[in-house]
Design a protein around this ligand. Structure first.
Ligand SMILES: O=C(O)CCC(=O)C(=O)O
Length: 264
């Protein structure tokens, strides 16, 4: 990560690294994800949606911080994502997630002791892939001081047609709108600040090719549209916090048995 990249990241709240992962690395991860999905029984699952409060309180979701679980689209038939501890439980995901270059980027953007709390494999399947509402990842990973950072990898080309991410450049300086608070059994979104979400007119689409890494500040508002196209849009994302910051006991994802490791 060059000094220019660091300056741009500080100003915009995100940085884009094209061709970060090779097609062989992507193929290994995608094949492993396909095997996990093939072995999954949809009856075990529940619907995950950023709109659906009842799904959030479900134990299937709450326990997934230390497991590998599949979540369904609102149609209750199609897998929407896999989460949330593949990076610590699966050797193929571990190999993809531990990378000296990620450690270097984390250091350059100020994460002194990065700890990867969460991994998600997002499928955005053809025709049915759902929208991800505008949100800030800091709502889900509260630390004092704020530190959560997303490392988002395009595993397939992401375009406006198949539901690429949209971000609001500079929006990481806007207030935290809400916090996702857990009571141990369930969790709910608590509103904090009425600042409106960006409109698509003030946001930019991150149309990126497979292999691109997008790193973004946990305060940056982002969104992705439904995928109505015939092409899927697979992505993999890691959320890391600074081990020197205080991790809130109210965050939904608490590690009780699995240690929280960094990028090495
Ligand atoms: O990949 C997407 O569409 C959204 C991902 C996202 O919101 C996240 O990783 O926080």
């Amino acid at each position: 990560m060059t000094d220019d990249d660091v300056r741009r990241y500080a100003a915009q709240g995100f940085a884009v690294f094209p061709s970060f992962k090779s097609s062989a690395q992507i193929a290994a991860l995608s094949q492993r994800a396909a095997a996990i999905v093939a072995a999954f029984d949809p009856h075990d699952a529940t619907v995950f949606s950023t709109r659906d409060d009842s799904a959030r309180s479900d134990a299937y979701f709450m326990e997934s911080g230390e497991q590998i679980r599949c979540f369904l689209e609102e149609d209750a038939r199609t897998v929407n994502k896999i989460g949330h501890a593949m990076h610590d439980l699966d050797p193929v995901f571990d190999a993809f997630s531990r990378d000296a270059r990620l450690a270097q980027i984390a250091e350059r953007i100020g994460l002194r002791d990065p700890r990867i709390y969460q991994s998600m494999y997002i499928l955005k399947q053809p025709h049915v892939g759902g929208e991800v509402n505008w949100h800030q990842d800091a709502a889900f990973f509260d630390t004092d001081p704020p530190s959560v950072t997303a490392f988002w990898f395009a595993l397939e080309d992401a375009t406006r047609e198949n539901g690429c991410m949209w971000v609001q450049p500079g929006g990481h300086r806007s207030p935290l709108r809400a916090r996702f608070i857990s009571d141990g059994r369930g969790a709910r979104l608590e509103p904090l600040d009425p600042t409106p979400w960006p409109s698509l007119e003030t946001a930019v689409p991150l149309e990126v090719t497979a292999g691109t890494l997008v790193v973004f500040d946990g305060m940056l508002p982002h969104y992705s549209a439904p995928n109505r196209s015939p092409r899927s849009r697979h992505a993999y994302t890691l959320h890391a916090v600074d081990g020197h910051a205080k991790y809130s006991p109210l965050n939904w994802l608490q590690r009780t048995t699995l240690p929280v490791r960094g990028f090495n």
